[in-house]
Design a protein around this ligand. Structure first.
Ligand code: AMP
Length: 397
């Protein structure tokens, strides 16, 4: 059995999934929480009761050790020993301009990841800590890095450069990078397979709509534009993130509220978006319920989200000279039929007509557009961990 461990390390948490690559199935999954504070591990194996235990986790290496113990323990385990793991795949948020695909981790790769830290100061350091912890706990096991940004490295300069003095791109690499790349790549490829057309011949718009949301234009199998930018703050309004706003608002508010740029960026990341507009919640289910009860600001927040997503779809269709498939994924895109219907409404002029019955039918991936419409609309559940496992498998051979 070929086991690959997928790790997604955050600042105080570490999520893991163990894949059996022969079956492409998850054997066990879980999460270490409160790393550096006290520590807890939650571990699930299909067909068994979930296991939760408080455990001292002073650092990420301790967390990886705890993962290896539950994966091999007599009560919780699914393997006899860690030598059964053939490779580890890591989710890494930012690969800067260094990486346009997944890579096997070497000393050079680690140095490049360190060089990317200023671009993702909250995310890359814990990703690096996770990689180092695995080298420490599982020496000799090959490791791969799979980047959120890599798929978007094919964007042309017209899509990735901001119209600010060029020197800031040269000096600091300020540009659009885009995120959720693993998800956009996976659902675009799946959509091509489902409609049975060559990926390299299609114009696809992928809508990853979750707590964080981004829209991507995928032309001939490559990302050509995406709504998130230098950071995941740009684009459509999200749960707590503002999305794109006029940057002059920062100067205006900074003066009047006597707040620093850093404080205002925190406000845009954490107190804006659906939460800021509605005053109710960042969660779309809560917002839908509030809107149904007559809360006008919750309804307005949802309308602003729908309107903005629709504008991105229109602009990417224009950028690609049309659209063959529109794909919905992530928490909202996969589960919220009303949102898919509202976003797709009025798009028949560009060949996209949703089928109400197909859209509302329960189920996983599939076509939800009307039979005979020139373009397709699809719902495709994302599976970033599986992509990380598959990339890792192909890199380590
Ligand atoms: P994600 O970040 O992809 O986990 O997505 C989180 C968002 O998806 C939240 O705003 C949830 O309200 C929404 N969501 C998740 N599951 C459902 C569901 N079954 N029905 C409607 N919305 C959902």
């Amino acid at each position: 059995m070929k086991n690959i461990l997928v790790i997604n390390a955050g600042s105080s948490s570490l999520k893991y999934q163990l894949f059996d690559m022969d079956r492409r199935a998850v054997r066990a999954r879980g999460q270490c929480e409160r790393i550096g504070l006290d520590g807890r591990i939650k571990h699930t194996v299909e067909g068994r009761a979930p296991y939760t235990a408080d455990r001292l986790l002073p650092d990420h290496a301790a967390a990886i050790r705890a993962v290896t113990e539950v994966l091999t323990g007599p009560e919780t385990g699914v393997m006899a020993g860690m030598e059964e793991i053939v490779a580890v795949g890591h989710r890494v948020v930012h690969g800067g301009e260094f990486f346009s695909g997944s890579v096997r981790v070497t000393d050079e790769v680690i140095a490049a990841l360190e060089a990317c830290v200023p671009l993702a100061p909250l995310h890359n350091p814990p990703n690096l800590v996770g990689i180092r912890a695995c080298f420490e706990v599982m020496p000799g096991v090959p490791q791969a890095a799979v980047f959120d940004t890599a798929f978007h490295q094919t964007m042309p300069p017209v899509a990735y450069l901001y119209a600010i003095p060029y020197e800031y791109y040269e000096k600091y690499k300020v540009r659009r990078y885009g995120f959720h790349g693993t998800s956009h790549r996976y659902v675009a490829q799946r959509a091509a397979e489902i409609i049975k057309k060559p990926f390299e011949s299609l114009r696809i718009i992928t809508c990853h709509l979750g707590n964080g949301s981004s829209i991507t234009a995928v032309q001939n199998g490559r990302s050509v534009d995406t709504s998130m930018g230098f950071t995941p703050l740009e684009g459509v309004p999200m749960g707590t993130r503002s999305g794109t706003i006029d940057p002059a608002i920062l100067g205006f508010l900074g003066e009047r509220e006597e707040r620093t740029a850093a404080e205002l960026v925190t406000m845009l990341n954490q107190k804006s978006g659906m939460l800021g507009l509605s005053g109710v919640s960042s969660d779309f289910r809560d917002l839908s319920e509030a809107a149904e009860r007559g809360n006008q600001r919750a309804a307005l927040a949802l309308d602003i989200f729908i309107y903005t997503v629709k504008k991105y779809i229109g602009s990417y269709a224009a950028a690609m000279g049309g659209v063959d498939a529109l794909v919905f994924t992530a928490g909202i895109g996969e589960n919220n039929a009303k949102m898919r219907e509202d976003i797709s409404s009025g798009l028949s002029f560009m060949g996209l007509t949703i089928d109400k019955a197909k859209n509302e039918a329960p189920g996983g991936e599939g076509i939800i557009s009307a039979d005979g419409a020139p373009g397709y609309i699809l719902r495709v559940p994302t599976n970033e961990e599986l992509v990380i496992a598959l990339d890792t498998e192909s890199l380590v051979g």
